[in-house]
Design a protein around this ligand. Sequence first.
Ligand code: S3P
Length: 419
Amino acid sequence: MYNTTIKLNGTVSLRGDKSISHRLLMIASLINDKSIIKNLSTGSDVLTTMQCLQKCNIHIEQNQDTVIIGGTLKSPKSTLDCKNSGTTARMMIGLLAGQKISSSFKGDASLMKRPMKRIIAPLTAMSINIKHNNNMLPISINAKHVIPINCKQSTKSAQVKSSLMLASLGSNQYSSIAHNKNTRDHTEKILEYLKFDILIQNKIKIRKSKIEKGFSLSVPGDISNASFIIGACLIIPGSHIIITNVLYNKTRLGFINALLKMGANIKIIKKEQGHNLERLCDIKVKYTPKLKAININGDEIITMIDEIPILSIIATQATGQTVLRDAAELRNKESDRLSLIYNNLASMGANIKERSDGLIIDGNKKLYNTTIKHQDDHRIAMSFEVLNLLINNKMDQSYREIIKISFPEFYDIIEGLIQ
Ligand code: S3P
């Protein structure tokens, strides 16, 4: 359908997973000893977490791909700027509340509009004093005393679950946090691995813990960043790539599982990582001309929450109608992602419908070039760059600053694979 003159070929490895990078930095700040983190994400969201921690008296040294972190958390002298990072804001608020550190938080225009009630309500129930702007940032916290929480309704957000776990470290008594098993489980896994007092069952039980010894860990390659390269490879004729040392965790595999159901030519080779924190895998991907449409709904959405934009792009190249439901949470991300995917694809000529909680996308319709509306959302920008590559044989290359939020290597890696 397109006059594609390029293909992607080669083997790449990726910098560390963004979610795990945020968590290792924050959890290291709870340990007085020095910790070493290798292959940290280079995304500016993670840099934002580092800067916030540094303002709270944490020492961070960076040498090539190794970070050494240590020190004791103290009240910052000025407001912590979480910039574009929801994970920084929601998790740092829980972290500092748990350590009874008074602090205030702000963010960029996008983050200042994102919902914070989801953490404000439960943290308030833990007796943490929170001032907020109509349940949004700016927020300031004052936690003199933290009482445990018994959270009965399971949260579908890993950020909320993590914020509550970190805040629960402020009490000698166990908190009990109901959680949806499909939400990413990195925080509880890291805390358990480092021997914090945590029990992970149907509910997570967690309380104050004193950990004396620092850790040394390497962050597995970012599976969410891998999704853009996988997507490009699947839809560009003749492509064949291998991505090595990527995170293999079932709470993050929704995108790959969906692609396999669509008939994608993907092979996963699982590996052990020498410690029992997270596993790694190599992913082999080949161009797949006959992708089938798919229905995705319910908890499946949780395990691919950040991959819906690139999945929607892939759906435009599949045969049949893809129906995404139960995805209203996408409207609360860095942008209203459902609306941007709909508007951009519609203006490119796609047969697409927008529903309050999802999208209906007809595949195999020829799409045309357009100016992309991205509202500075990194995942929207990368998704449409992948489509650009298919339609125009080149990317726009003008979103470098936006894409830096999560995947600064995006353009260079794709350029390096083009043949
Ligand atoms: C994240 C959790 C998800 C995801 C975000 C990163 C995390 O958000 O969309 O990009 O690191 O915990 P929610 O927990 O709000 O679903």
